[in-house]
Design a protein around this ligand. Sequence first.
Ligand code: 48F
Length: 263
Amino acid sequence: MVMETVISRGIIESYFEKLTSCLELDVAIVGGGPSGIVAAYYLAKAGHKVALFDRKLAPGGGMWGGAMMFNDIIVQEEAKHILDELELTYRPYQQGTYIVDSVHATAALLYKATQAGAKIFNCYSVEDVVYKNKRVAGVVVNWTPVLMQKMHVDPLTLMAKCVLDGTGHDCEIVKTVVRKNGVTLNTETGGIVGEMSMDAAEGERTTVINTKEVYPGLFVSGMAANGVSGSFRMGPIFGGMLLSGEKAASIMSESVKAQAKAQ
Ligand code: 48F
């Protein structure tokens, strides 16, 4: 075989093997922001079959850019154990906070999640979910460029025992589920309450509390959790995002185990 054919064959065979292995997932994560990537890491580490889909070429969400493109982030003491778990380099700052280079942090999260066994599909947009027997049961995916060009091309479907909406401020997946299926959510109002303005400390605290199953099979993390349950934004402090990902992994792991037991 000529080298050109080896290159093309290797990539095609490997890619489709990877995609085929993800047709029936334990967990499908929508959005490769910090909360989604950390959830992918812990789930893969626990032995679950997990794939993460991000519409961008470079997953990482809002973490690359620090604040106003000053590419450092703040992480508070409560999340330090996650920095250590992921072997990040950081330095102590004031009032129990740490400073981390945002490019280093984002790259490390992606490296650790994939190393643990999570599959990451970039350039994939999740445009809908599978909705069966009053339960979210998978994701409907298409190429981001197809959607950007508004081309009339049908999507593919990957089934999952749990779907995580980690799409950030827009909480896109929960919005789609509510709009299309008129479901009642596990929130104070039964609907999407909506994100509030900046309160860093409260936003950080509540993003972890709001990380939960909002509808059978559908979980939320990170800013999507605060958007759905109605709490504050917090800007470039990221401990809450990391802790939210850790909690999302833990509750979805329990759900996957419970579903396996019930079968
Ligand atoms: O917003 P994002 O970084 O998610 P997060 O984990 O973190 C929020 C922080 O970055 C920051 C903050 C920290 O204090 O407030 O905003 O909540 O990343 C969300 C990712 O989801 C992708 C998007 O490209 C981004 O990388 N995404 C959004 N909608 C879709 C999607 C979709 N429908 N399909 C695939 N990817």
